[in-house]
Write a protein that binds this ligand. Structure first.
Ligand code: ACM
Ligand code: ZN
Length: 541
C-alpha cells in the first residue's frame, strides 16, 4: 500500500513537472513580440503586441457582414495562391479559427480609411466604419504574414502560416497619398496600371494621377475627336519607336481601370494638359495654336522638352475643344478632382498672337501671366460646373489663383510656394522635385531622403497646415521607358512616400524604417517587383 502511494506521488510529481515545463514553453511562445519585429509599411498609428500567435490553416473561415463580401473575397484571394487554402466565406457567427470582417459605425472617429485589427490566438477581427477601412485592415494583416504569402503559387518552403498576436488602431495622416504616372512620353499597358494599383493599395496609397496628354502623345479616347487617338496617340514612323510605347486607353479600358481602382481604394485623377505641353493636340488640330502650325509629335529626346507652341488663348475654338474634351473626361472618372496641367507654358506665342493680344485688351489683363490665369479660371468654371474640383501644377498661381483651385507643388526650388498657396486658403498637394521626383536617380533622391520629407513646413500655422492635402510621388517616363525600369524608379522609395503620407510625424524613426524596407524587399521580390538595390539601405545593424 505504501509502495503504491509512493508510486502515485512520483507520478503526480512527474505530471506536475511536465505541466510546469509545458507551461514554460507555452509562456515563451506567448511572450509578446517587440513592436520592432513588425514590419508593416506604412507604420500604423498604434500597434500593441499581445501574447500568442494565430495559426491560419485549411479550416480557417472568413466571416463577414453581407456588405463586406467583396472585401472578404479580396482577402481570400490574397491568401489562396501561396497557401492553397480555399477559405470559405460565411456570415458572422463562428467564433474560433476565423478572420472576421465587420462594420462598426462607432469607429467613424478614425475616418473613412481607419480600421482596427485585432489578432488573437483563436480569432482575427478587422473592424472599421467603412469597407475602405476594412480593406486597409486586410492590407496590414497581409503584411503580418511572412513574405512567402505573396507567392503566386503554393509555397513549398512555408506550410505554417502563423502570425504574431497584435492589436492595431490606425488611420491616415493625409487624405492624398498619390503617385503620378506619365502615360504620354511612354504609354503603359492596362495590365501594368492594374498591377500598380494592387501595389499602391498594399501600401495604402490612394490616388493614381494619370498624366494622359503631353507633347509626346494623347492617351485617352475622346469620341468627339477621333483624330486625337488615331494620330495623336502614335509616334510618326520615322522615329522607329517600339509599338508598345504608343497607344491609348479606350473608354472601356478606362471603365475597367476605374472599377479596379475603386476596389483597391484608389481614385484615378486624370490630367489633361493645357495650355502648354499640348503638341499631341496641335499636331491633330493646328488651328488651335497661335501660328496654325504644322506640327508633329516626336519622342522626348528628339525635340524640345518644352514647346513654344501652346493652345491659343484668344481663339474661342480652343475653349470649345477643351469643353468637349473635359465633358467626356468628367463622365469617365468619378474622382473629385480633374488635373488640368498648367505647367511650363512659354508665353512667346501669346506675345506675338493677334488673337491673344486682343483677349488681353478685352479682358483688361496686365500681361500674359494674367492671360494664363484667366485661361485657367475659365476652365475652372467649366470643371466646377460639372461638379469637379480643379487641380493644376503650381504655375497656376502665376497671374492670380482662383480661390477654389487646388495646387500641385512641384518646383521644389521655389520654397515659398506652399506658404503662398495655403495662406490664401487654397489646398495643396506636395510633390516637390527635391523629394518626390522618382524619374530622378537614387543618387539624388534615395529611399531614406524621400522618407525624411516633411510635407508640413514649421512656418505654417495649424489652420493653414490643414490645407495640405498630402503628398505625391511623380514618375515622368522620358528616361525609363520599360516596365522593369519604372519598377526600379518607384521601388523601394515609394514606400517612403507611403509612410510620409500615412503615418504620424512624431513616430518617424529612420533606423526602424530602414530595417522594415529591407525586410519588405523580400515581399516585393515575391510580388515580382523589379526593385532597385538602393545602396543607402545597407549597413543596418
Ligand atoms: C512638371 O514636372 N513639369 C510638373
Ligand atoms: Zn494666340
Amino acid at each position: 500500500m505504501k509502495l503504491r502511494a509512493t508510486r502515485m506521488k512520483r507520478l503526480s510529481d512527474f505530471v506536475l513537472i511536465m505541466f510546469i515545463l509545458l507551461g514554460l514553453v507555452n509562456c515563451k511562445q506567448a511572450q509578446e513580440e517587440s513592436v520592432q519585429n513588425f514590419i508593416i509599411i506604412p507604420q500604423p498609428v498604434e500597434i500593441t503586441p499581445t501574447a500568442g500567435v494565430f495559426q491560419l490553416n485549411s479550416r480557417t473561415k472568413i466571416t463577414c457582414d453581407e456588405e463586406l463580401r467583396s472585401k472578404a473575397e479580396q482577402l481570400a484571394g490574397f491568401l489562396k495562391p501561396a497557401t492553397g487554402y480555399n477559405l470559405p466565406i460565411t456570415g458572422i457567427g463562428k467564433r474560433k479559427n476565423v478572420i472576421s470582417l465587420s462594420l462598426d459605425i462607432s469607429l467613424n472617429n478614425l475616418g473613412n480609411e481607419g480600421y482596427k485589427l485585432d489578432v488573437r490566438p483563436k480569432r482575427i477581427t478587422i473592424t472599421a466604419s467603412s469597407a475602405v477601412g476594412i480593406l486597409y485592415g486586410i492590407q496590414s494583416l497581409r503584411q503580418l504574414f511572412p513574405a512567402e504569402i505573396e507567392r503566386k503559387n503554393i509555397s513549398k518552403t512555408n506550410d505554417s502560416w502563423s502570425i504574431p498576436c497584435v492589436s492595431i488602431t490606425d488611420n491616415p495622416r493625409f487624405i492624398w497619398r498619390g503617385l503620378m504616372l506619365d502615360c504620354s512620353r511612354t504609354f503603359w499597358s492596362k495590365e501594368y496600371i492594374k498591377r500598380t494599383l494592387r501595389l499602391m493599395s498594399l501600401y495604402k496609397l490612394n490616388v493614381l494621377h494619370l498624366h494622359l496628354t503631353d507633347d509626346q502623345g494623347w492617351r485617352i479616347e475622346i469620341e468627339k475627336y477621333p483624330e486625337l487617338t488615331q494620330k495623336g496617340a502614335r509616334f510618326p514612323a520615322k522615329w522607329n519607336e517600339p509599338k508598345e510605347r504608343e497607344g491609348f486607353y479606350t473608354k472601356n479600358d478606362i471603365r475597367e481601370i476605374v472599377d479596379y481602382a475603386t476596389q483597391h481604394n484608389v481614385a484615378i485623377v486624370p490630367e489633361i494638359e493645357m495650355p502648354g505641353h499640348s503638341m499631341a493636340v496641335l499636331a491633330c488640330y493646328p488651328e488651335l495654336s497661335c501660328t496654325g502650325g504644322p506640327f508633329e509629335i516626336h519622342p522626348f529626346f528628339k525635340g524640345p522638352s518644352v514647346h513654344k507652341d501652346i493652345f491659343c488663348a484668344g481663339n474661342e475654338k480652343t475653349f470649345e475643344f477643351l469643353e468637349n474634351v473635359l465633358t467626356e473626361v468628367v463622365e469617365m472618372f468619378p474622382s473629385e478632382y480633374i488635373h488640368i496641367g498648367g505647367d511650363e507654358a512659354p508665353k512667346k506665342r501669346w506675345e506675338m498672337c493677334k488673337k491673344c493680344q486682343a483677349r488681353l485688351i478685352e479682358e483688361r489683363l496686365k500681361d500674359e501671366h494674367e492671360l494664363q490665369s484667366w485661361f485657367i479660371k475659365r476652365i475652372e468654371k467649366l470643371v466646377s460646373g460639372q461638379g469637379k474640383k480643379l487641380i493644376g501644377w503650381d504655375e497656376i498661381l502665376e497671374g492670380g489663383l482662383s480661390s477654389t483651385a487646388s495646387v500641385m507643388y512641384w518646383r521644389g526650388w521655389l520654397e515659398d510656394v506652399p506658404e503662398r498657396v495655403v495662406s490664401k486658403g487654397n489646398d495643396i498637394v506636395m510633390s516637390p522635385t527635391s523629394h518626390c521626383y522618382f524619374d530622378y536617380k537614387y543618387e539624388a533622391i534615395s529611399t531614406m531622403k524621400a522618407y525624411e520629407y516633411e510635407p508640413v513646413s514649421n512656418k505654417l500655422s495649424k489652420e493653414h497646415s490643414n490645407n495640405i492635402l498630402g503628398v505625391q510621388a511623380n514618375f515622368w517616363s522620358h528616361i525609363d521607358r520599360t516596365e522593369a525600369g519604372v519598377d526600379k524608379q518607384l521601388f523601394p522609395r515609394i514606400l517612403s512616400i507611403s509612410e510620409v503620407g500615412w503615418s504620424p510625424n512624431n513616430k518617424k524613426d529612420s533606423t526602424y524604417f530602414k530595417e522594415k524596407v529591407i525586410k519588405q524587399l523580400i515581399r516585393l521580390e515575391k510580388l515580382g517587383v523589379n526593385y532597385f538595390h538602393d545602396p543607402g539601405l545597407k549597413n543596418v545593424k
